[in-house]
Structure formats: C-alpha cells, structure tokens
Design a protein around this ligand. Structure first.
Ligand SMILES: Cc1cc2nc3c(=O)[nH]c(=O)nc-3n(C[C@H](O)[C@H](O)[C@H](O)COP(=O)(O)O)c2cc1C
Ligand code: SF4
Length: 566
C-alpha cells in the first residue's frame, strides 16, 4: 500500500518501543496493532504522533485506520498525558464507599488522576489503580498518597471445601509444583488418556453452562466447533471482565492462574485447536503478569507447546491485553480487538463456532467456565451434574459488594438463597435496612428486600424476572440515593456503547437525559409520560440493537423503577 505520512518522524526511542513488539518482521500481522499501541502508551504515557506514524509505515496501515483504533479505547491517549495516572473507580460499588473523597484528595495534592468505570475491585471499594510506565498496580501507590484511606487485602479467606477457590491463597500462584501438588494438571492428563470425544461427552454430561452471562451450554459449543471441517480452530478465554460489580475472574487469574491455563488447554484438545488467546482487560495488570508467568512455566514443563506430555497434541497460548472498553467483553467485539480492529461487535449469525477469530471456528469461554473444566474431566461429568440443582449444576462464584460486612468472592453450590449468601457475607453493617439488591451487574436487575428468599439458580432468578448474569450481588442499604445509582448506570451504558447501532447510540443518551429529568422533577409532560418514553426507548434498544449491550442497557433502570419504591 502507498502509505503517505504527514507529521513528525519517529525518533530512536519511539522506534524502539514499536520494534519491541513488531520485531524485524517485514510486514507484521494486523493483530499486533493493539500490542504496538500499548508499547507506545506504556513508554510515553500517550500515543506520540511520531510513534503512530512509524506504526503505520511498519504495518502498512493507513493513518485513518490506526487513528480509528487508537480512539476506540479509553486507556489509550492521543493527547499528551502524564506517564503514570491514578484511575479512580467512581462506579456504583465505589461511589457508595467514598470514591468522591478519593477524587477530592487526589485533586488537592496534585496527583494525576482520572475517573474510571468499574475497575473490577468492588470487594475493596473504593478502588483505585495506578497505570503507566510498564504495567500498573492496584491500590499501592495511591494507598501511600492517601495514607491508608484504601486498604487492599491479599485474598479473602476461602472455605477449605471450595472447589474453584480451593487453591487460592493456599498455593504460590507462580509455582507449578504447588499447583500440581494440589491436584493441578490431573484434568489434562486424564483428557489426554480418554481422547477429545470423551472429554466433550463429560463436559456435556456435566450440564456446565457458561459463566460469562449468557449461560450457554459449554458442551454444545465445544461439540459444534469440533465438528467444523474448516481449519485452524481457535480457543479464546474471555477475561475482559468489565461488568460493573464483577471481580471473580480477576481473583481466579491472580490466585490460581495454572487452573485457567489447564482449562484452556483441555478446551483446545477437545476441539482441535492449536492456538489460543487469553484476552485480559488492561485494568488487570497483576492477572496479566501471573497468567503470563504461568504460561511460561507450563511451556518450560512441556504442558504447552509442541507434543504436550508426549501425546502428539500441540498447543500454545498468547495473552492479549485489552485497553479499556467494556464492549470488548462481547465475544465478537473481542475477536475484532484481537485482530487489531476497533472493538465493535459483529452481526450474528454467523456464530463464532463457525466464523470466529480470524474468520475461523472458535470456542470462546469465560474464565470461570474454563476453571470448572479440569474438575469436570477429573471427577466426571455426572459427579459435577450432581452438585447444585438439576437446572443449574456445579459450584458458582458470586461477587458480593456494597453494603455487606465482608464484601468478597463467595463460592457456593447453586441453590443457596440470596438471604443465605448475604448472611455468609456478614449481613448489612450497622443494622441498616436493605433497600435493594442488584443481581447480575449493570446489565442485570434490581430487586427489593422482599425477594431475599429467591434461590440463586438460573431457573430461580428467571422465575422472578431477574438474572444471575456474571454473578454480581450488590447490596444497597437504606441510606443510598438510588437515583444517583441509576444515573451512573445510564452514564456507563452511554459511554460504553460502541455507537454502531442507532437505537443503542441514541437510546443510551436519551435514557441518561430522561433519568436526569425524572430525578430533578423537571419532566417534559407528566411523570407518567416520561416513564412511558423510558419504556419505549428500552424496547427500541432491545428490538433493534445488534448486541447484548444495547439489548440490556435499560434492564437495571427499568427494573428499579418497577421493583423499588423510588
Ligand atoms: C456487552 C457485553 C459484555 C460482555 N462481557 C463479558 C466479559 O467480560 N466476560 C465474559 O466472559 N463474557 C462477557 N460477555 C459474554 C460473551 O459475549 C460470551 O457470551 C462469553 O464470553 C461466552 O463464554 P461462556 O459461554 O463461558 O459464558 C459479554 C457480553 C456482552 C453483550
Ligand atoms: S448494541 Fe450498542 S454496543 Fe452493541 S453493537 Fe450496537 S451500538 Fe455497539
């Protein structure tokens, strides 16, 4: 392509940053675009024009394309910015725990900071994350700045009988030896013995359904990919975890990274993939570091790479870092992001099992889904199906946050009631009354305290018009201004819409404005007119948006207006 560049040429340091990713390849593949942009952002704190021009030349990409990708992601900056910036979460769990005080404090002492949607650290709300230079860290720098306003425990204490969490906090996440001592890699070894078809039979018999929110049967997905003749096949682990209130995948990756690698490897063996990706949100630097270290250790031990454990099966994994875009958790947006494009969802069909990453058949699963896989293969699908209820099998992770005494990650067998789970977390502090509970995250549903006896199963929550979503249980006591919470949710969807479909792009803006009018009492027409309009906007977004973001952007808000006494 005849690429013409206007503006500055790259200096040595800019070339070095880009070449650290693109190496000496004559025409680097397009999927290296986002890693190259990250390298520049990490090195300089923003995307300097010289470096961008050099990327265009090296990758043979028009500047408009690179500009389009660069402007899509919140963590990339096209204007000069400090190298290190404190990101302060002002999303719903953090705003009820003092996020504004942190913002005010940082502003006062001149620390470079910016507001952020949910950082996935709701159990330690109010949360901050320092990003910049090489990587980042959760809490620490800010903790010094704020003199212990923020406390960051390592891991919450987990019950010894947990299945998914049993190694977390007990083993060194960097130690393959300790992982294997505690039962690790038994699943992969058994998979290699019984063969791909038998693995899919076990996963199907387990009735495992995806834990990423859509609850699709995992065995059916794997079976479909395994039968598609087109090659190659890919496995993708969705670790984008950006649903406000969700932090389970982060704790799994930080605390037991080999379990995720093992789950991905078994998925690849069962479905005939030789290459896999783990796409981790950019706001999870520690998870990225630990997963990368685990991949290297697994490779060195012959558990990844050519001819794994002498079985003839070859497979390897790459980590890809997100750059701040909730929509990239949507599976097809995630594929586009890995491919070096804007993270915009694709129309479906075709579905990923036929046309996924790089246009090839792809299994995409959530981190928690894949963490269940070694258990299923080791213990057998029937044993797994015996845990929980007939409609919701296995162990389940719930992210408890908001007004509970011990916010954190809780593992239970499906079937516990909401009341039991909140009691496990120590109940509501200060003997306050529960005003509402958000189930399933910002894309979920608010329910009132009269629903505390709902069983936390797919069928139980469906029966009351709610959802388990990604396992969020956020509790709001009587002191919370729910209009403020609804407003923040509306703002979240407005800001995170990728803008492709008119109903979502415009509807999320109108929804936010309308909530503002309802809150202030300055309605256009009567309050009933405004509520009717809100429902109409919600219906248009549900009917005519191409992806789940637009289809669920009004769900929590509409449910609050119906279920809560606002
Ligand atoms: C807006 C949006 C965001 C999503 N974010 C995530 C996410 O962060 N993690 C995830 O696993 N699934 C997410 N999903 C669901 C994925 O599209 C997909 O269903 C999931 O990765 C499949 O894995 P599972 O079957 O194991 O659940 C999201 C969906 C939508 C519509
Ligand atoms: S529904 Fe919204 S987020 Fe999804 S593709 Fe359309 S505009 Fe983008």
């Amino acid at each position: 392509m005849d690429i013409r560049i206007h503006g500055p040429e790259a200096d040595d340091s800019e070339r070095q940053a880009v070449d650290s990713v693109l190496g000496g390849q004559a025409r680097p593949p397009r999927d290296l675009l986002l890693p190259a942009l990250h390298a520049v952002q990490d090195r300089f704190g923003w995307l300097q024009p010289g470096a961008l021009n050099y990327i265009c030349m090296r990758m043979d990409l028009p500047p408009a394309e690179v500009f389009g990708v660069s402007t899509f992601y919140h963590l990339l900056s096209l204007s000069p910015a400090p190298l290190r910036v404190v990101h302060v979460c002002d999303d719903i769990a953090c705003r009820i725990k003092g996020a504004e005080a942190i913002c005010a404090e940082l502003e006062k002492n001149g620390t470079p900071w910016k507001r952020s949607p949910c950082l996935g650290q709701c159990e330690r709300a109010p949360a901050t994350l320092t990003l910049g230079g090489n990587g980042g860290n959760a809490g620490t720098d800010t903790k010094l700045v704020l003199q212990n306003l923020v406390s960051v425990p390592a891991f919450p204490p987990f019950p010894p009988d947990g299945r998914l969490v049993r190694r977390i906090g007990k083993i060194d996440p960097a130690s393959l030896v300790e992982y294997e001592r505690e039962g690790g890699y038994r699943g992969l070894k058994r998979a290699l013995e019984i063969g791909p078809e038998a693995v899919i039979r076990e996963v199907t018999a387990s009735n495992l359904v995806g834990r990423g929110g859509a609850a699709f049967p995992t065995g059916r997905k794997w079976d479909a990919v395994s039968k598609v003749a087109a090659r190659p096949h890919y496995v993708v682990c969705n670790a984008d975890e950006s649903e406000p209130g969700t932090f389970k995948d982060r704790i799994l990756m930080e605390g037991d990274p080999f379990a995720i690698i093992e789950g991905v490897t078994i998925a690849a063996f069962a479905t005939g993939a030789e290459r896999g990706f783990i796409y981790i949100r950019g706001e999870y630097p520690l998870a990225i570091e630990r997963i990368q270290a685990a991949i290297q250790a697994a490779r060195a031990a012959g558990l990844l790479g050519k001819n794994i454990l002498g079985s003839g099966f070859s497979f390897d994994i790459e980590v890809r870092r997100g750059a701040g875009a909730y929509i990239c958790g949507e599976e097809t947006a995630l594929f586009n992001s890995i491919e070096g494009k804007r993270g915009e969802p694709r129309n479906k069909p075709p579905f990923p099992v036929n046309v996924g990453l790089f246009g090839k058949p792809t299994v995409i699963n959530n981190v928690e889904t894949l963490a269940n896989v070694p258990l299923i293969v080791t213990e057998g699908g029937a044993a797994f199906a015996g845990i929980g209820t007939s409609g919701s099998t296995g162990p389940k992770l719930f992210c408890l946050s908001g007004h509970v005494a011990r916010p954190g990650l809780y593992e239970v067998a499906f079937g516990k009631t909401l009341r039991e789970l909140i009691d496990m977390a120590g109940g509501v502090p200060g003997n306050k009354r529960i005003q509402s509970i958000l189930l399933g995250g910002a894309a979920g549903v608010f329910i009132g305290p009269e629903r505390l006896d709902v069983p936390l199963t797919f069928e139980g929550t469906r029966a009351i018009g709610a959802t388990l979503g990604s396992g969020v249980v956020m509790v709001f006591d009587e002191t919370v201004d729910m209009w403020d919470i609804l407003s923040r949710i509306a703002e979240f969807f407005r800001d995170e819409s990728c803008g492709q479909c008119v109903p979502c792009r415009v509807g999320t803006v109108r929804q936010k404005e309308l909530l503002g009018r309802l809150r202030s009492g300055r309605t256009i027409g009567s309050q009933a007119d405004e509520l009717a309009l809100l429902n109409e906007i919600g219906q248009a977004m549900r009917d005519a948006s191409i992806c789940g973001l637009g289809q669920t952007a009004s769900s929590a808000i509409e449910s609050a207006l119906v279920n809560l006494k606002l």
